[in-house]
Design a protein around this ligand. Structure first.
Ligand SMILES: O=C(CO)[C@H](O)[C@H](O)COP(=O)(O)O
Length: 218
């Protein structure tokens, strides 16, 4: 399982500091939507240059003009760019084509999706990577209902699944039980008092879970 550090609502300097603090523990770096809106594609370019061996996710949250935005993300050095699941099918097809041209990937953000029918459509279009997402504003009045979220994708074992939305040291163990491919953690690390320690602990929990899981499966 990958640990993806999400950089949201942070200054440029703090983004770089957070990566430095956690780089031994994280696998993927996400440049958050708000950070891209603040600093433009330049910050994606700069982070890729500084950390070329990390998988870089540009959280573009594209919902239209897919071809153009996907080209922007990949030209800036992103390995993965995000597209909203409610986008027109044509938008998703266009971004998948651009990703193929750039040898990159599209992650479909399932924010707000409640119906498995959309997952089937996305899968039929050729999507292979999705993120189950309990949004920042939703977190103000509730908590992620993991069972509901993971139920959406349970009939699609070929999909790689990321999960995001207020994950912290306390909620991580129960999320691990759903065996996502990627755990996206933002404020659970970036707002913790010791980012390095939190990231080390999270990565350790993931590694332990995987070791015990493979023992169980043998
Ligand atoms: O995409 C996002 C917000 O739209 C965040 O990256 C995602 O929700 C992870 O952040 P946090 O762990 O703080 O919820």
């Amino acid at each position: 399982m990958n640990l993806q550090l999400a950089l949201d609502r942070m200054s440029r300097e703090d983004c770089f500091q957070a990566i430095e603090d956690t780089k031994e523990s994280i696998d993927w770096i996400e440049v958050g939507t708000g950070v891209i809106k603040e600093y433009g594609m330049e910050i994606v370019r700069e982070i890729k240059k500084a950390f070329p061996h990390k998988t870089l996710v540009a959280d573009m949250k594209t919902c239209d003009a897919g071809k153009h935005e996907a080209v922007q993300a990949f030209e800036a050095g992103a390995d993965i760019t995000t597209v909203m699941s409610f986008s027109a099918d044509q938008t998703i097809k266009d971004t998948l084509k651009v990703a193929e041209d750039f040898h990159g990937r599209i992650m479909i953000d399932l924010l707000g999706v409640k119906d498995e029918a959309r997952i089937r459509e996305l899968s039929d279009i050729g999507v292979d990577l999705v993120s189950l997402h309990f949004g920042k504003d939703m977190q103000e009045t509730g908590e992620m209902q993991e069972e509901d979220l993971f139920t959406l994708v349970k009939h699609y074992p070929h999909l790689q699944v990321a999960v995001a939305g207020g994950i912290n040291l306390g909620s991580l163990p129960s999320i691990l039980d759903h065996r996502p491919d990627t755990l996206i953690v933002g404020s659970g690390i970036t707002k913790s008092s010791d980012r390095q320690d939190t990231a080390v602990k999270m990565k350790g929990m993931i590694t332990n879970y995987e070791a015990n899981d493979s023992n169980r499966q043998r």
